[in-house]
Design a protein around this ligand. Sequence first.
Ligand code: GTP
Ligand code: MG
Length: 138
Amino acid sequence: LERTFSMIKPDATRRNLTGAITRMLEEAGLRVIASRRVWMSRREAEGFYAVHKERPFFGELVDSMSSGPTIVQVLEGENAIARNREVMGATNPANAAEDTIRKVHALSIGENSVHGSDAPETAAQEIKYWFSDTEIVG
Ligand code: GTP
Ligand code: MG
């Protein structure tokens, strides 16, 4: 079984979609094996998204990620990274496939409701950024 890191972003927690989105993840065959609600600081958001720091939308991204509570999660399942990316849908909800989380719930490319790791190395890194080993109960 593979593990991946997932976040339910502030635009979604604000609209009370934590349960609805978690249910879509579970229905896609993913199991929540760690979960915590966190209102990240600007510094935490900058650290988490450091790979994007030269991108033109970095300031906007940090603003929105620190604008309210986020749910950070570790998901486990067969091909968890790819499965999660699939159920999330395209980054821009306008391009997201039917029945994906972003198609159903996202507002815009900036307020796109969820994050998911894109590769095994980033998944390991991102899990470690938010969770200690004892918080993950598989
Ligand atoms: P993540 O799972 O969040 O990493 O999504 P992704 O891999 O589909 O997108 P990417 O890593 O390219 O970008 C990270 C995040 O930055 C996206 O989820 C968006 O919220 C945000 N983002 C990307 N492109 C834009 C943009 O053009 N404008 C704005 N405002 N935000 C963007
Ligand atoms: Mg990404």
